[in-house]
Design a protein around this ligand. Structure first.
Ligand code: SF4
Length: 116
């Protein structure tokens, strides 16, 4: 059995969580959470951690524009996601929410700022 200590990042309260795991990495118990969202966070963080990726992409005029994944992606895929972002070029004009790269590990890359 193993114990992982985590800080819940779901809300600003930042509860200190402890997750007890069995030998196979299965979460047996979560303590320290004030609500059930903390238990879900700890379980996901221990078994399938996900992250929203935020970055910038080059635009066709040479400037850069902020982008992010529309949903979290597996933490282990961040490097590959960044490679796709770094290789891409955004054709202007674009608007908030426009998808500039589709189907990135179950998510999309969308712009977060208008640019003409
Ligand atoms: S456990 Fe609940 S109250 Fe505590 S930080 Fe997480 S979401 Fe917020």
């Amino acid at each position: 059995m193993a114990t992982r200590e985590l800080i819940c990042i779901i809300c600003p309260k930042g509860c200190n969580l402890k997750a007890e795991l069995d030998e196979d990495g299965k979460v047996l118990e979560v303590t320290g959470n004030t609500c059930k969202r903390g238990a879900e966070y700890a379980e996901n963080e221990c078994t399938n951690p996900m992250r929203t990726v935020t970055s910038t992409m080059r635009c066709s005029d040479g400037t850069v524009i902020p982008v992010k994944t529309t949903t979290p992606i597996p933490k282990g895929k961040i490097y590959e996601c960044m490679n796709l972002i770094n290789k891409g070029v955004v054709n202007l004009p674009v608007h908030i929410g426009d998808i500039v790269i589709a189907d990135v590990f179950g998510s999309n890359i969308a712009v977060t700022e208008n640019r003409t």
